[in-house]
Design a binder for this molecule. Structure first.
Ligand SMILES: [Zn+2]
Length: 272
């Protein structure tokens, strides 16, 4: 992926230098506006990346916005806002692990709230699931949506309970689909143009997995989450079983919420 891309007039993307198994090529930082700038997801606290954001912005940075407070998206926000005098916008970090507690917004953005930058309107869309405080951002003039980690390019995201919630995630995917936008700008990877196909694929992938969970649970009743992993994740490397267990738990909690599975003393069964 290029480290800098001009995606449309007033829409630029910078790739943070944090590639990894979980972040793919790295975190995408988006810059909106030309005569004044809003920055979305400055990424981890990497000085060189923050200086590059300021230099490419080439104009006052008015807002630093975050999609959610995972460590690869928001820790650069406070420092960038301090250095530029920008206002911090987003939702505060929830309690728990893997959350950037340094991110404290000056203004909390709720579903439907808009930010105006250099004549561009950007609308916050509440999309809990991957993270309870996750927001997507719709660029109204282009009908593009920045999806953070709600939808990423080329891979599926981890749903890690209790902050991650599979039921909310699927509902938020339906919500995104209903907006019928023309492109998705993900937090990781390239711009996604075949929006419906990708969202449908993710929903189907999750529901197929859920079916596998129900089938495996039917054959192996009274089983712990970790014992169930190899029956459900027959298609992945054992090295990924730790993450798979988190996703499996997310599926099981959804099934419990739907009245299709029960958990007694840490062991799962399908509802009788
Ligand atoms: Zn995330």
């Amino acid at each position: 992926m290029p480290s800098f891309s001009q995606l449309a007039p007033g829409v630029r993307r910078l790739l943070a230098p944090n590639p990894s198994m979980m972040t793919g090529p790295g975190t995408n930082t988006y810059l909106f506006g030309s005569s004044e700038v809003a920055v979305l997801d400055p990424g981890p606290l990497i000085e060189s990346h923050l200086r590059r954001i300021e230099s490419i912005a080439g104009a006052p940075i008015r807002y630093v916005i975050v999609t959610h407070t995972h460590p690869d998206h928001s820790p650069g926000a406070v420092e960038l806002a301090r250095a530029s005098g920008a206002e911090l916008l987003g939702q505060p970090a929830p309690e728990g692990e893997h959350q950037d507690a340094t991110f404290v917004p000056d203004r909390i953005l709720d579903d439907g709230e808009r930010v105006l930058i250099d004549g561009m309107e950007i609308e916050a869309i509440s999309t809990p699931g991957h993270a309870s405080n996750h927001l997507c951002f719709r660029l109204l003039a282009l009908d593009w949506i920045c999806t953070g980690d709600h939808v990423i390019d080329g891979s599926t995201v981890v749903i890690d309970p209790p902050d991650g919630n599979m039921k909310h995630y699927l509902q938020s995917l339906e919500k995104l689909k209903a907006l019928n936008c023309s492109a998705l700008l993900p937090g990781h990877g390239e711009i996604i143009r075949d929006v419906d196909r990708i969202i449908d694929w993710i929903i189907k992938h999750r529901l197929d997995r859920e079916e596998k969970v129900v089938a495996a649970l039917g054959k192996n009743p009274d089983i712990s989450t970790s014992e169930l992993v190899p029956y459900v994740y027959t298609d992945i490397d054992k090295k990924l079983f730790g993450w798979a267990e988190r996703s499996l738990l997310a599926h099981l909690l959804k099934l419990e919420d739907d009245g299709e599975a029960d958990c007694i003393d840490g062991n799962w069964s399908v509802t009788a």
